[in-house]
Design a binder for this molecule. Structure first.
Ligand code: HEM
Length: 398
């Protein structure tokens, strides 16, 4: 059915320009309008469904047989074609086999060994910044652990380490719709990243790193050599910006809500809840797409085989049907069922690492900072990621 035919069929629809600068800069009122239209809304400009309520978003994420990732999670054909074979663009049973290998260095046991090192590094960095009194919490703090520790753990070459952050931003922009300037520049950057990864020589990798681990699993016959190479992208793309945005958005929230910072200082045991709440309300990834493998009823409408459906994590996480007063930042809220990390078989493979990095920094700040004062915040306009490019904070020291 064409877009016009859908409109005639009177499906819940919106002509919202989901990827415009205006919507990206301040998306939440627009997500609310979509949620008021219905759980599943036809985006007429993009010939795609948007799943915007919490329950149907989780149902879709659990139902990979109907909502496939193999046809791509991007909104354009070129990025989907270029990413064939990448784990996040695959379904079970292949996905499960790849994921078993991929997960190894990211399981809680493996991460426990990292804990002390992360704490020592973060303690020193926070100490220096506090001494300065004023600092950019994005480039000087949130970048720090991902760019020092995670890039090293992955074990790419110097060129890879240096470019990872820029590539990641491009890879996420590339997921937008065709004909969008950010999508086009993202695809060009993504091609650069794929070219680097395809040309990498195995002997150039750190033998103890995650990347080399993929090739060892291939030697052991768990995955193929080609799969090992393609999966390098699953480590390279999502490991940095997501966590950087998660931490800097949390600090931005605390700077704007000093009562919640006071509460966390009084009850540091709320740190895990606070992290989930910050990820719920400022979800670092706004949406990924799926393709329908057959006709499917959802939220009172019939999605057709071959339709694209955008799962809007950032809207589901503010669904008033699930979270009362969803726009209120409340660190006592139990938001563990948010979908900022997705849900189901593609649930974020780096979730424990991301939470560990964010908790490490937050736990130190809780001991050392009495109050954050917001000096300047600059939002990054991005097709898929939500975050700040600058967050200057002044701190009152304990
Ligand atoms: C706060 C930080 C993070 C957020 C908010 C986040 C968010 C997400 C989301 C929403 C998904 C679901 C994808 C889907 O449904 O198709 C996902 C999957 C994934 N994430 Fe993360 N992520 C974060 C950190 C990380 C880190 C640090 C890594 C790597 C070390 C990582 C690696 C992955 C991978 C490989 C997948 C695909 C898993 C699969 O296909 O089975 N993420 N993430």
């Amino acid at each position: 059915m064409t877009g016009a035919a859908r409109m005639e069929a009177k499906v819940p629809a919106s002509d919202l320009d989901f990827w415009s600068d205006e919507v990206i800069a301040d998306p939440y009122p627009h997500y609310r309008t979509l949620r008021d239209i219905g759980p599943v809304v036809w985006l007429s400009r993009y010939d795609s469904w948007a799943i915007v309520h919490h329950k149907p978003a989780r149902d879709a994420l659990l139902n990979a047989e109907v909502f496939t990732s193999t046809a791509g999670i991007a909104m354009n054909a070129e990025a989907n074609r270029n990413s064939e074979g990448v784990m996040i663009f695959s379904d079970d049973p292949d996905h499960q086999r790849l994921r078993r290998v991929f997960n190894r260095p990211l399981l809680p046991g493996a991460l426990a060994r990292l804990k002390d090192r992360l704490s020592a590094l973060a303690e020193a960095r926070v100490g220096e910044l506090i001494e300065q009194g004023e600092f950019d919490a994005v480039t000087q703090l949130a970048h720090y652990l991902p760019l020092t520790v995670v890039t090293e753990l992955l074990g790419l070459t110097e060129q890879g380490k240096r470019n990872m952050l820029g590539w990641a931003a491009g890879l996420f922009d590339a997921l937008g719709p065709a004909g969008n300037a950010r999508t086009d520049s993202g695809i060009a950057i993504a091609v650069e990243a794929f070219t680097y990864l395809h040309g990498l020589k195995r002997e150039e990798l750190d033998p103890d790193g995650w990347a080399a681990g993929l090739f060892r699993a291939a030697d052991a016959g768990e995955i193929s050599q080609d799969e090992a190479r393609t999966m390098l992208m699953d480590y390279t793309g999502p490991a940095l910006d997501t966590t950087i945005n998660g931490l800097s958005s949390a600090l931005w929230l605390f700077a704007n809500h000093p009562d919640q910072w006071d509460l966390l200082r009084e009850k540091p045991e709320l740190a895990n809840r606070a992290i989930d709440e910050a990820l719920r309300i400022e979800s670092p990834i706004r949406a990924f797409a799926r393709l329908l493998t057959r006709d499917h009823e959802m939220g009172g409408v019939t999605l057709r085989k071959g339709d694209r459906a955008l799962i809007v994590y950032a809207s589901a996480n503010r669904d008033e049907r699930r979270y009362p007063e969803p726009d209120r930042f409340d660190i006592t809220r139990d938001a563990r069922d948010h979908v900022a990390f997705g849900y189901g078989m593609h649930l974020c493979a780096g979730m424990h690492l991301a939470k560990l990095e964010i908790a490490t920094v937050l736990n130190i700040l809780v001991r050392r900072v009495a109050r954050f004062h917001l000096v300047e915040a600059r939002r990054e306009l991005h097709n898929t990621l939500r975050g700040l490019s600058k967050l200057v904070l002044k701190v009152d020291v304990v």
